[in-house]
Design a protein around this ligand. Structure first.
Ligand code: BES
Ligand code: ZN
Ligand code: ZN
Length: 500
């Protein structure tokens, strides 16, 4: 619950910890003076001496002695308002979230003194602060029987504001909705493959669907066979686990038209199959369903905020295993679309399951397709661990996407997909396509292969192999699953809904 007050009455703060954003601008206002003086002279002194300052990302924890409930103030620097970016605000509050994990206050108040600029309004700040706090305070509990990281959840927040409080509160709530969904995606990515099987991923989606009233279909092996999804079945062939095709429909308008499909790679563990991974390369492959997690996270936000846009989520899920039954290099398989595929590398399995998922999405009336996948090591070679790689066949759609990506701060960079790349994907003596044309620039081959099934539909491919998992803690969270693209996909849908 969020309590807000139209007047900032410092003596009425009911929380144990107060977070105060310190900006250069607010420092000179009478409200700031009044605030400081209500906590005794020493705080004013510390501000004067610069121990407490507006320096970006500086956090100073100060005990409070003269109030009944309030025990400490966390001063956080947000700098000069002219230079501040939206991402800065998110990062600052991400760090505050981390600090709260250490001090674990049972109740929390936040005061962001009126700060709006031409480009960042007070509402935006509330939204960004909520996102940062909720992502920054995320902890993955894991399976330790005796954990030294006790769980901590953000308490109800008292939001102090001197602006239109209802508006600020609703912005704060939207930020929380976004970040909660990111955290859910992180949990999915972190969950080991023996726990999160495709059946379990299907059950997770079924629950999500029932929470938000989505039309939900979780197709099992028999139905997948009936649909002729030869590519998804080939990848599943060596597994003792059944595959799943997960479908969630969010219908916003009376007619099922102008539909955006969010298509996710849901490989719950990727051994590489007979083109087996190395003993180091295989570790971490529980996260090969990061695309599915991004799609489910985005659907959670869509379910909460209910934008005016029809959306279908399609996730193809299986693990990629080895056994006497497993598919092999040289095999030729027939996809749901009818296109035949020569298998050159069983580790290039993501594009195969996406091929059938995209064909299914088109059959269900998709007018726009975004596929998200931890698809290639190539994207890491090209762009590193902090940039999502993209391909597209439609400039305008991509422009809208990039606006969303800039807004969320989830950096995305487009690579080209040329006719000569397509030629190499189509080069095979025995089939229509091959699944691994080469290791040179192979991010493009991975995405381009999916494009062969998209055909003319406006499409964006997102390769999150580098960004879905992080090896080190960062401002917004711990190491592990990042929940990347959850916020950008949901923002894209919101923007498309507004364009109507
Ligand atoms: N799941 C991997 C891609 C990946 C690599 C994800 C590293 C996360 C971190 C994918 O299925 C794969 O193995 N791709 C191969 C394709 C190659 C065989 C054409 C790759 O990128 O090496
Ligand atoms: Zn693979
Ligand atoms: Zn994979």
């Amino acid at each position: 619950m969020i309590i807000s007050t139209n007047e900032v009455l410092f003596d009425e703060i009911q929380s144990e910890t107060l977070v105060v954003a310190v900006s250069k601008h607010a420092e000179n206002t009478s409200k700031w003076e009044a605030f400081l003086s209500s906590y005794g002279e020493h705080i004013t002194e510390w501000v004067k001496s610069g121990d407490i300052s507006s320096e970006l990302k500086k956090i100073v924890k100060v005990p409070v002695a003269n109030k009944e409930t309030l025990k400490r103030i966390l001063f956080v620097g947000i700098g000069e308002r002219k230079q501040l970016t939206q991402e800065n605000i998110r990062e600052v509050f991400g760090l505050v979230g981390k600090e709260l994990l250490a001090s674990k206050p049972e109740s929390l108040a936040i005061w962001i003194p009126s700060f709006s600029t031409e480009s960042i309004l007070d509402g935006d700040i509330a939204y960004l602060a909520a996102e940062g706090l909720t992502m920054g305070s995320f902890v993955y509990e894991g399976y330790k029987t005796s954990s030294n990281v006790p769980d901590y959840y953000l308490p109800a927040i008292e939001l102090l504001t001197d602006e239109d409080s209802d508006e600020i509160v609703s912005y704060f709530e939207v930020g929380t909705v976004y970040a909660d969904a990111v955290n859910e995606a992180r949990i999915l990515v972190n969950t080991p493959g023996n726990v999160l099987t495709s059946t379990q991923l299907g059950e997770y989606a079924r629950e999500l669907g029932s929470t938000y009233n989505f039309e939900t279909e979780i197709l099992g092996k028999k139905e997948i066979e009936e649909l002729g999804m030869g590519a998804l079945l080939a990848v599943n062939q060596g597994s003792v686990e059944e595959p799943r095709l997960i479908v969630l429909k969010y219908q916003a308008t009376e007619k099922w038209e102008d539909v955006v499909a969010l298509v996710g790679k849901g490989i719950t563990f990727d051994t590489g199959g007979y083109s087996i991974k190395t003993k180091t390369g295989i570790v971490g492959m529980k996260g090969d369903m990061g695309g599915a997690a991004a799609v489910l996270g985005a659907m959670q936000i869509i379910g909460e905020l209910r934008p005016n846009k029809n959306v279908i989520a399609v996730i193809a899920s299986t693990d990629n295993m080895i056994s006497g039954n497993a598919f092999k290099p040289d095999d030729v398989i027939t996809s749901m679309s009818g296109k035949t595929i020569e298998i050159l590398n069983t580790d290039a399995e993501g594009r195969l399951v996406l091929a059938d998922a995209v064909t299914y999405a088109k059959q269900q009336g998709a007018n726009y397709i975004v596929d998200v996948a931890t698809l290639t090591g190539g994207v890491i070679t090209a762009l590193g661990y902090d940039k999502t790689g993209a391909l597209t066949n439609n400039e305008k759609f991509f422009e809208t996407f990039m606006e969303a990506s800039l807004e969320t701060g989830e950096f995305t960079w487009r690579l080209p997909l040329t006719e000569s790349d397509k030629k190499r994907i189509r080069k095979s003596d025995v089939a229509d396509l091959n699944n691994s044309p080469g290791s040179d620039g192979h991010m493009i081959f991975g995405g381009g292969f999916v494009g062969e099934f998209v055909e003319e539909t406006p499409w964006i491919h997102l390769d999150i192999a580098g960004t879905s998992d992080t090896k080190a803690a960062y401002d917004f969270g711990p190491k592990g699953g990042t929940g990347v693209m959850v916020r950008t996909l949901a923002t894209l849908i919101e923007r498309m809904a507004e364009e109507e």
